[in-house]
Design a protein around this ligand. Structure first.
Ligand code: HEC
Length: 153
């Protein structure tokens, strides 16, 4: 097994324990990396990922996915006030049959596939223009939010 995979598993186990807090040697802030305030809730993800750049140099999604001063890229508006309704259980017009966020199923959520650059996506991996991309740890926290039911929390 690759080191990267092992580290992923360790992080995944750790994020899995977050709800119960203690007993995890890797703190949430370590996993969150360039966005130390990131937690598995919609409000935190929308503020720290969608609407903000971070210390890795990643662009904010709302640079393109906004209705302020432009038409949202791919018809997806990720401003925190409106992003939830645009994501959860919403079809992705780019790819017939794909759903942007499927509560309880991060792997099949098109948002996760576009951020991971999964084979089979239409268009580019996000954020567009060759990254920097969302880190492995940030992705685990996003997956955790979705797998916990993608609540509007
Ligand atoms: C520089 C502009 C730009 C940035 C920054 C950007 N996107 Fe995109 N996004 C696009 C464009 C253009 C498309 C459609 C073409 C494509 O997929 O390559 C798109 C498509 C998407 C789609 C597919 C939408 C659908 O329903 O079919 C998702 C999901 C997405 N972006 C999420 C994100 C997220 C999350 C971020 C931030 C981490 C982000 N994007 C950053 C321009 C951008």
């Amino acid at each position: 097994m690759k080191v990267r995979t092992l580290r992923s598993l360790a992080l995944a186990a750790c994020v899995g324990l977050l709800a119960f807090a203690s007993g995890c040697d890797e703190k949430l802030t370590d996993i969150a990396g360039p966005s130390p305030g990131l937690t598995p809730t919609y409000s935190s993800i929308s503020q720290n990922i969608f609407a903000s750049t971070d210390s890795s140099g990643r662009t904010a999604c709302t640079q393109c996915h906004t209705d302020q001063g432009r038409t949202p890229a791919a018809g997806l508006n990720l401003r925190p006030e409106v992003g939830y309704a645009q994501l959860v259980n919403m079809p992705a017009p780019q790819k017939p049959g794909a759903i942007r966020v499927i509560p309880g199923d991060a792997e099949n959520s098109y948002l996760v596939q576009k951020l991971d650059g999964t084979p089979g996506i239409i268009g580019q991996r996000m954020p567009r223009n060759a990254g920097p991309f969302v880190t492995e740890g940030q992705m685990l926290i996003i997956r955790r939010w979705i797998n916990q039911g993608a609540q509007n929390n």
